[in-house]
Structures are given as structure tokens and as C-alpha cells.
Design a protein. Sequence first.
Length: 292
Amino acid sequence: MIITTCGNSTNIARKVAKELKAKFSPLAIGAFPDGDLYLKYNTEVKGQTVVIIQSFQPHPDQSLFDSIFAAETARDLGAKKVILVAPYLAYMRQDKRFNPGECVSSKVMAKLINNSFDKLITVDPHIHRYKSLKDIFTIPTIKLTSNPLIGEYVRRHFKKEVIIGPDWESYQWAEDIAKHIHVHATVLKKTRFNSRHVSVQMIHPIDVRGMNAVIVDDIISTGHTIIEAAKDARRKGAKKIYAIGVHGLLVEGAAEKLKKQGIDVITTNCIEHPSNKIDVTPILVEALKKEK
């Protein structure tokens, strides 16, 4: 087995290779003077299972493009099997045509991956209108969850906590984590006016006075949803506010905005960021053991 990466998940790839006692050989990626992609394997891959570990963030377009080129090159060089491990899989949120003429990008992304890879492993993909990854992927897929890792982190680091899902989509994460550590969970109803303006209201009211409010979401993007949820918790008397995100996109200065609001941000290392405190390597290693 060869573990490689296009650059976004180097730390995870190196750890996974070490745990599996597999060879770690990152790709050489550059560009020709005209901007065309240059990609090169630095080890023999013929007859090998090649595992490309690459989060599609930052630069989701380039990450997808690099991954496809890497997979096709591995096939051309005689690889026995090519597996994509995408701790963060981009393009999943556009799962329908909301307005006439729009691209349903999740289906386009899936088609490209289906054509180039033999298997996909990902962590907590944003599945909303799809029932499962099988709705768009024809290759075998494994959908891992970081919930036990997040639950264990909360159990070890917090006391008197309540878990809050900032909207219905995130409640599945909040409820599962709360059950894991035997604490209360609630969900907020989110009214979205546009991509940066939302309001929230607690659906199942619980007493948060004097409690540590832990807001859990699969994706923290601009941070606006988290900020509104934090304001609601503070109005109800929460002691301190934390935000835990599986995928910390943290765009448009979100980390700084959240910090100014007194919200401590914690993320998994699905996307590399200074806020990473929860390591998903163990679940990736377990998923890959059967491929050896």
C-alpha cells in the first residue's frame, strides 16, 4: 500500500502511513509556465493499492482536479486499486437545482470520482437531501463519523455542558454526541435570510443557565449560524460558549469573528487549521486496515 497526498492533508497522510506501516510518498505537484498542472509519483505504484488522502479544502476546485489527475496517473502506471480518502468532501451542499440553470455540483463531482477511483472514504459528508452516498456514487463508499471522537473530547474537557445543534441539519450530530456522553441536547430552528444573515430559536427548550453551551455543527463556514446560536444561549444564561465543527472551513474571517464574540472554536483536523484539537486519524486507519 502506498499512501500519498496532493498537499492538503499531509499531516494526516503521514500519520496514517505510520500507523499502517505503509509507505508514505507525497506527490510532486507544480505547474508549467503556462499554468498546466505538473504531477509526478515519486515511488513505484505498479501492482500497489494507492491511497490518495486529500481534503477538498482549501482550494476545492484545484483539490478535486489534482485528485482526479493523481488517480488517473496511478491507474496508467499500473496501480492495482486507487482509493480516495477525503476527510472533507466538498461540493456536497449543492444537492439540488434551487434556481433554473444552476449546476448540481454534487452530482458532477461524484461523476468525476466514480470514473477515476475504485473506492471513496470520507468523514461526515454533508448529506441532506440524499439518503446516502449511494444516491450519487456508483463506486463503494465508506461514510465515517467523528461523533465518538468529538463526544470523547467533550467528556474529557468540559463539565456541566449542554450540546446544541444550531439547525435541524446539525441536530443529528448534536443528539448523537449528547447520547454518547449522557448529557442534554437541543436544537435551534434557523431562519436564513441570505448566506450571511440568519436568526435562530430553540425548538426544545432546556435550561442552560450556568451551563457550558457546546454548539456542534458539521461545517463551520462564515460563522454566522454559530454566532446567532451563541447569542441565543447567552440570553438564556449560558456560562461559556464553545463551537465544535467537524469541518472548519472558517472563511471570510470567521475564526476572528467568533473569537470577538467570546466563542472558543474547536475543530477536527479534517481540514488543517490552528483550531484543530480532535484527530480523525484513528477512524481513517481502521477503515483502511482491511485494504492492506
